[in-house]
Design a protein around this ligand. Sequence first.
Ligand code: HXC
Length: 258
Amino acid sequence: MPYENILVDTRGRVGLITLNRPKQLNALNDRLMDELGEALLAFDADEGIGAIVITGSEKAFAAGADIAAMAGWSYMDVHRSQYITRNWETIRRVRKPVIAAVAGFALGGGCELAMMCDIVIAADSARFGQPEIKLGVIPGAGGTQRLPRAVSKAKAMDLCLTARLMDAAEAERSGLVSRVVPADRLLDEALAAAQIIAGFSLPSVMMAKEAINRAYEVPLAEGVTFERRVFHSLFATEDQKEGMAAFLEKRAPQFRHR
Ligand code: HXC
């Protein structure tokens, strides 16, 4: 089925997904989230793809969950809904790295979507926030949990309770984004980073992602043990032999499992 709310493209070994409801500033409705999940899983399963970039428009990465769609919902509608519980979780099942390339507004669910990605690269025009409190609700896709981990409790409280927006410079200072680039360079920078990742050995890329994510789930000692086991296991790959041999022979590695 063709997608209606996203554009899907490939650039070399990178899968590119563009959120595409420009009139609604990429407000995230059920259909869009279904399509996003489907496209992410398809790229994750595609042997020709080593990393994924999600981006939006110049004006908005995404201005949040679709308020028009949610406005009339009752408690039981939300409780029973597959929305949020099902299609918002899909991105967490993706094993390849996902980069959010954010320009303009990343608010509410848009900020939460960016935080579900592995790396956030921001244009200098980017503005992040969790303004749900203005609507009489709170973040519902992980914002109250991921934001304090990303930017500290103090700043998360500030953003969630006052609804103020954070510009790209503050987001970088606070640790929410890994780099800020001029808006006209955003997609090129994100694709270049993704291309670099996609050139490495996929098992080590996926294990690095998995191990870093463990840091947010388990106590330090368990995380370190997990890392050690995974580190050991990579010595069973041909790509470890190739990577180290290439270094010693002063040549570029030819990774087999990409
Ligand atoms: C539905 C939205 C929308 C949204 C913008 N639009 N955000 N529609 N859901 N989240 C629509 C507007 O209604 C408008 O439609 C069009 O997009 C352009 O928006 P404007 O407001 O006219 O643009 P501007 O004045 O530039 O203001 C931009 C903005 C503002 C500051 C981003 O749109 C805004 O505050 N949006 C809502 C942000 C927000 O509260 N997000 C949190 C949502 S709750 P028309 O038809 O009038 O042109 C959430 C919960 C997540 O995300 C829970 C997990 C699932």
